[in-house]
Ligand binder design. Structure first.
Ligand code: UMF
Length: 123
């Protein structure tokens, strides 16, 4: 069974990609099997080394806006791609806009080792 940590890797990690094209999100959302029914509205991929993303859990505690337990914010901006569902897009034709950004990211972490399990957002 896929752990929450493995799910985070599948849905949010793409360290080896630096430049993305306009079709990146449509390709990746399918390839990583992120498209459920209904289409997932927003999903972010992170283009930084895994160790740097895992390190976020060890510092940078910030309050969570939702109910999730323990939020951590990166101390530096990270290269990310936000995939946003286009208006009017209906499952199974989930059509995504690809937006490359450099922002601080916020994750929740769990377990031992204490690793990222949810992507909360970017600021
Ligand atoms: N989410 C992102 O991927 N990026 C954002 O900037 C905001 C949200 O919050 C629910 C889901 O929205 C999260 O799922 C996250 F994937 C996505 O499985 P997760 O990571 O908790």
């Amino acid at each position: 069974k896929e752990t929450q940590a493995d799910e985070f890797l599948r849905q949010h990690m793409d360290p080896d990609t630096s430049k993305v094209t306009a079709s990146y999100c449509n390709t990746m959302m399918k390839l990583r099997n992120v498209m459920g029914e209904p289409c997932k509205p927003v999903n972010t991929f992170i283009h930084e080394p895994l160790r740097d993303v895992q390190a976020i859990c060890l510092k940078g505690d910030v309050p969570c806006k939702n109910t999730k337990s323990d939020c951590h914010q990166s101390s530096s901006k990270m290269r990310i791609t936000d995939c946003r569902l286009k208006k009017g897009s209906i499952y199974p034709q989930c059509d995504y806009e690809t937006q490359q950004k450099r922002k601080y990211i916020i994750v929740t972490c769990e377990g031992n080792p204490y690793v990222p399990v949810h992507f909360v957002g970017s600021v």
